[in-house]
Design a binder for this molecule. Structure first.
Ligand SMILES: Nc1ncnc2c1ncn2[C@@H]1O[C@H](COP(=O)(O)OP(=O)(O)OP(=O)(O)O)[C@@H](O)[C@H]1O
Length: 258
């Protein structure tokens, strides 16, 4: 994997130089939370890589460091030691504005509790991701509508979140996550707030987007039904990745309906 030294150039320019199929490369990642009273070593040396088009689950018991890992890989949180490269770019080395811009342009996020703006309609929530990334208003509206169609919600475009079910809200956040055509979508317990049937629909949707659009996903989940639908499960225990399980084709159901 080539490393791009990215001093003043924008992240956009940097990632054009690297395309060897690896999206995420983490080595020796440590993260400790120190509240003054308690010191928690949440990540104790993580090495992993994700390839373009992969769908990977991170599983493990409560408190083992899954969310911390997602936050550290995606640059939401700072790491104490080690290195994280996304498309060959070390986000930690980018100036603040370039890092924010990189995240807005190249990453999508899906969270358990949706994180939608309650006063905005579905289409406005989705287009916000584009407007923040500097797209023109008209183009943003058109792309947002296309993304809502992809997740089967075009007819709900004008509804605000409280007028939608949990599954519909999560589909809006998935539309928002993919609308920028990101390098990777980070999903933290995307089905955690959903009943099992709706969770399966949302998982099927993510798998379809992964297969059809080559969208790369890293999904933190407690739900083995989600894990089974991915390409790989990384199992964490006490701040470390202790096991990796590749899913059989039979488990990932290649013939899932759209
Ligand atoms: N901001 C913080 N300050 C202090 N400690 C924290 C903070 N965030 C997480 N921790 C601690 O770090 C450890 C890992 O937490 P993390 O949220 O990553 O676990 P998790 O595997 O995602 O858990 P869960 O499945 O319950 O969401 C836990 O011991 C947690 O208490």
């Amino acid at each position: 994997m080539k490393t791009v030294r990215n001093r003043h150039a924008g992240a956009e320019e940097a990632h054009r130089h690297v395309d060897d199929g690896v999206i995420v490369q983490a080595s020796g990642v440590h993260k400790t939370y120190d509240t003054g009273q308690v010191r928690v070593e949440a990540l104790k040396g993580i090495d992993l890589s994700l390839r373009r088009g992969e769908m990977v689950a991170v599983m493990g018991p409560s408190g083992c460091g899954k969310t911390t890992l997602l936050n550290c890989l995606s640059g939401i949180d700072e790491i104490d030691e080690g290195q994280v490269l996304i498309e060959g770019v070390s986000l930690a080395e980018l100036p603040d504005r370039a890092r924010t811009r990189y995240r807005a342009e190249r990453m999508g996020f899906v969270f358990q509790f949706y994180n939608l703006m309650p006063v905005l309609s579905a289409v406005e929530n989705v287009e916000m991701a584009l407007l923040l990334a500097g797209r023109a208003t008209r183009e943003a509206r058109q792309l947002a509508m296309e993304a809502l169609s992809l997740v089967g919600l075009a007819e709900r475009a004008d509804h605000v979140p409280e007028e939608m079910s949990g599954g519909e809200r999560q589909r809006v956040t998935i539309a928002r996550a993919l609308v920028n055509d990101p390098a990777i979508v980070w999903a933290d317990e995307p089905t955690g707030d959903l009943d099992s049937e709706t969770a399966e629909d949302v998982t099927t949707l993510m798998r379809r987007l992964n297969r059809e659009r080559g969208l790369t996903f890293l999904i933190v989940t407690h739900d083995i039904a989600v894990g089974r639908r991915t390409d790989r499960i990384l199992r964490m225990l006490d701040g470390r990745v202790v096991d990796e399980q590749r899913m059989e084709e039979a488990d990932v159901r290649p013939s899932d309906p759209a």
